[in-house]
Design a protein around this ligand. Sequence first.
Ligand SMILES: [Zn+2]
Ligand SMILES: [Zn+2]
Length: 192
Amino acid sequence: MSLQDKIKILLQPLGLVENDLTYYVSSRLNEAFKYLEFVISHKHLELPTHALNESRRQYNSSVVLDELLRLYNKGLFGYYQKVVGLADVDAYVLGLNFVFGEAILGGPVAVVYLARLRSEFYGEMRNREILVERTCKEVVHELGHTFGLRHCPNPKCVMHFSNTILDVDFKEMLFCLRCQSTLMHSFTSLTI
Ligand SMILES: [Zn+2]
Ligand SMILES: [Zn+2]
């Protein structure tokens, strides 16, 4: 794959997300993945208000994802192959207490939620570096799903399912060899 063929990924803040966080996340990801190009969207988008479950004080992730897909299908995100929403809130899907993120398997959109990636959520000091690291891992994980990857049994692989923040911290930002090869196969079918 040549450099011109880089797959373009849009990082779309949903509601208020600190600019320097999105900046560090995209720079980190651009360094780590030479075949992907991460770009920060400057479009102002809010989280859909109907996605908020007031009694749970969490957003229904599936509603957020549906809204992103609707906008994607309307052509709002132009030529980007994948769009990953970033939202500084807590979210759930039916049947789970919370999610760090969600994606449409093999689809164009995904979303990552920052609330539970923050150290202060666990009673620790705010730590920008840890937040950037965790956000990068979750963005890559959800992106992997959009390229058709499922969960991986290797706990170090970015595609391993994270039940807790300890799982997020244990895994690396990278795909294991098996996931990497599935991913490359998926790219080949994309570019043919
Ligand atoms: Zn997953
Ligand atoms: Zn893997």
